[in-house]
Design a protein around this ligand. Structure first.
Ligand SMILES: [Zn+2]
Length: 417
């Protein structure tokens, strides 16, 4: 091998490397076409969002919606489409390599009970229906991304798992995504992107939460005849009074709330039980731990005070049960997955807007797996209420951003100018 050949060989290799490494994914002709395609098909993506929204998916009853997504994953050419043990729907888009292996997910469940009437109405650019944004939009976005990949036969370096997760909302306690990362395949997942919420936000901080139900119990009795025994509702009141005065930091944002209370049988009875449901949250696991400890202390102090107040032999008892726990965590500011979002945002002229939130990404973030939740474009109001809306203006940016971000991570083959 002569010197000239070695020089030529090195030049070719280096040039190829520079082209591959430095050409932004968004400049690839095929990706430009895919972005234009996503904008063009946005009315169809919105129609699919409406269709998904009208398939009920109450907590723990996501199956009908899952069946629809399964059908669509199959039609869109995803491989090995399957339902796992907890009801997540999974389809594969195979790249040249199994690494990186990125999950693109949206959640199947809503917060609305089975009896909720769901019919989407349209008022100009505003759609109205419970769940129209959260997370019918996310599901429609991941289907649109799969459609663009198929339409242009985009060859990726790494592989993608498209997933519809169960149990993201409150009572579901992230059971779908927890299972995904417990499963065998989880050890191979290198990146995770969830599409949730509306707008163009990027959730890079996982807000942790602890939720509890507190139940005070006693013998109960007549309000006049048995006056002088400890009162479970009074004990509850003492707890809420202490709880209301907690001081928590603004940064890292830490919050508490008594969301529901109950107990008692009539105005002239000393209740035999009282209960409340409590939500504690923080962006920071240490602050969440402190709040949790203060909450438990307040409950036990209230029990002691109420029992001491009456000094009767029939003392109250208290039970604290967990209603769910979500781990807190934050990505490093220079995490590769965040750089990918920033590059996608720049290509689409979007100002990157980092936020904290409680989403499926909490689990991978807490496990040290790079994860981010992107909102699905458009706008909207009154999430989790019967008045929920979705604003369709410029919503195509949500699908374009999801496609670009994931391709920035898995890479395309080859990126030619
Ligand atoms: Zn959601």
């Amino acid at each position: 091998m002569n010197l000239a050949f070695i020089k030529w060989f090195l030049f070719v290799c280096c040039s190829y490397h520079v082209v591959v490494a430095q050409t932004p994914v968004s400049q690839s002709p095929v990706i430009k076409k895919a972005l234009t395609f996503l904008e063009k098909i946005e009315p169809e993506t919105i129609s699919e969002q409406i269709l998904i929204c009208e398939i009920p998916a109450p907590p723990f009853k996501e199956e009908s919606r899952m069946v629809y997504i399964k059908k669509r994953f199959t039609e869109l050419g995803l491989q090995n489409v399957r339902v796992d043990e907890v009801g997540n729907i999974i389809g594969e888009y195979t790249g040249r390599s199994t690494e990186p292996l990125l999950v693109l997910s949206a959640h199947l469940d809503t917060v609305f009970p089975e009896s909720t009437e769901i019919k989407v109405t349209r008022d100009g650019h505003i759609l109205r229906a419970p769940g129209i944004s959260d997370d019918s939009r996310g599901l429609a976005v991941i289907l649109a991304v799969a459609r663009a990949l198929k339409q242009f036969n985009i060859q990726t370096e790494g592989s993608i798992l498209f997933v519809g997760t169960v149990g993201e909302e409150g009572v579901g306690n992230l059971r779908g995504v927890r299972h995904l990362f417990k499963d065998l395949v989880s050890s191979k997942i290198t990146h995770f992107i969830s599409i949730d919420d509306v707008g163009l936000k990027t959730f890079n901080t996982a807000v942790g939460s602890d939720r509890f139900r507190v139940t005070f119990s006693g013998i109960g009795g007549h309000s006049y005849a048995n006056f002088g025994i400890s009162n479970p509702i009074h004990a509850l009141g003492r707890t809420i009074a202490k709880f209301s005065d907690f001081i928590v930091p603004k940064k890292p944002k830490t919050t508490f709330n008594v969301g529901r209370i109950g107990g008692g049988t009539s105005v002239n009875s000393i209740a035999h039980s009282s209960w409340m449901e409590v939500d504690l949250r923080s962006e920071d696991r240490i602050e969440l731990g402190k709040l949790n400890a203060a909450f438990h202390k307040a409950v036990l102090a209230s029990l002691r005070e109420e029992n001491r107040r009456w000094n009767s032999k029939d003392t109250l008892t208290v039970e604290i049960t967990s209603l769910g726990k979500r781990p807190a965590g934050k990505l490093a500011d220079d995490a590769e997955i965040l750089n990918a979002v920033v590059r996608a945002d720049q290509a689409l002229n979007i100002k990157t807007d980092f936020r904290s939130g409680s989403t499926d990404s909490n689990i991978p973030i807490s496990l040290g797996i790079p994860a981010v939740t992107l909102s699905g474009g458009g706008g909207g109001t009154y999430k989790h209420s019967l008045r929920e809306t979705f604003d369709t203006r410029n919503s195509h940016l949500g699908t374009q951003r999801a496609l670009l971000t994931l391709l920035e991570i898995v890479g395309i083959k080859p990126v030619a100018r």
